[in-house]
Design a protein around this ligand. Sequence first.
Ligand SMILES: NC(=O)c1ccc[n+]([C@@H]2O[C@H](COP(=O)([O-])OP(=O)(O)OC[C@H]3O[C@@H](n4cnc5c(N)ncnc54)[C@H](OP(=O)(O)O)[C@@H]3O)[C@@H](O)[C@H]2O)c1
Length: 158
Amino acid sequence: MAEDGWDASVVEAIVQTNILGVLRVAAAFLPMLKGQPDAALMATSSNLAFVPRADFPGYCASKAFLHSWLQSLRHQLRHVPVEVLELAPPYVQTELTGDSQASDPRAMPVAVYVAEVMQLLEAGDHPRGEVLVERDKARRWAERDGRYDATFAAMNPA
Ligand SMILES: NC(=O)c1ccc[n+]([C@@H]2O[C@H](COP(=O)([O-])OP(=O)(O)OC[C@H]3O[C@@H](n4cnc5c(N)ncnc54)[C@H](OP(=O)(O)O)[C@@H]3O)[C@@H](O)[C@H]2O)c1
């Protein structure tokens, strides 16, 4: 999306997949999960939910939506044995943005990310329902720690 003109259809597609896709799956499964003694629903946001990259505005905003929505859902289900988890990955070596991401040395190897996530899940180490690996934490806590502007500037050079 350029500042001098943008195509709303790109954002519409992101909303359909990243937001409505998650909401529809949750709506379909929650009635079944509520009948289970110990269930969990996990949705994937991104650490770009916490500090956006300005060249992917719709994507980052869709993940911020999920972060907010999952907090509310978790609160609504606080008396129901359905755990609501948010997986907020850092930059990981998948083909999400194309072939080059899968071998980008700045991205976390998938196996390393999965191993750290599984450790956190097995240990129940996901405060507030957020599954955050070490690499997530700088962005997750940037605002709380007074580093938001510096973090945004580092991610979005002038
Ligand atoms: N990799 C990262 O750096 C990173 C960082 C933060 C968050 N995430 C999030 O992690 C999740 C998984 O991404 P990934 O990195 O594993 O990327 P990926 O390897 O490209 O996987 C994306 C998956 O989404 C499916 N998909 C894409 N568009 C769809 C649609 N319209 N309807 C249904 N399925 C669709 C793809 O299905 P097909 O294979 O059939 O196309 C594929 O299975 C995403 O929510 C992404 O936003 C990734």
